[in-house]
Ligand binder design. Sequence first.
Ligand code: HEM
Ligand code: HEM
Length: 144
Amino acid sequence: MLKGLLDLHNLLRWFILILLLVNIIKNYASINKPFTTGDKKLGLWLMICAHTTFLVGLILLIIKLTQLPAGVSVMKNDALRFSFVEHPVAMLIAIVLITIGRGVFRKNISDAKKHTRAATLFLLALIVILAMIPWATSSLVPGM
Ligand code: HEM
Ligand code: HEM
């Protein structure tokens, strides 16, 4: 179960990264165009992937926490602190940025502002995510 969840979480990273790039490019390229249903749908797919990754990450976190040996100090160990504190907190911030970015279409602002705000929030999320993915310790292909 842990392996399956880890592979799913690993795979979802690629969906999020691709959807973030597509959303950022599409929004920046459409600044002078209307905010369409297509833009909303792209944001919705990103939202579904981000929230599912969050949920799977939360379950992983809980399972892994229960498997920690007694008496181990998470905060004093760099690898454990990354997995249990830094990665989850940073990714939660990124997912909040994505959720706010996706919500801009409901705001009473011009379509140009909707595109720039969404693109900027998604870009910030992308930077945080790229910085906090455990590139060195995770397989690039899920399941390998
Ligand atoms: C612990 C897990 C989750 C939490 C805490 C959570 C939290 C939230 C919150 C606070 C919003 C409202 C955002 C807003 O006001 O715009 C939201 C919206 C949404 N969530 Fe989640 N979510 C979770 C899991 C999921 C999962 C697993 C999915 C995918 C299957 C999902 C898909 C969505 C979608 C599609 C929306 C946007 C609905 C819309 O704007 O029309 N969420 N979620
Ligand atoms: C955009 C959001 C996220 C991305 C792209 C992401 C990406 C990843 C990747 C690639 C791995 C390594 C998987 C492997 O070894 O096969 C991982 C591990 C993990 N993630 Fe995430 N993650 C995200 C959000 C979260 C969140 C929100 C949580 C917790 C609430 C979380 C908890 C974990 C845990 C506990 C591990 C296992 C760490 C370990 O085994 O050392 N992740 N994540």
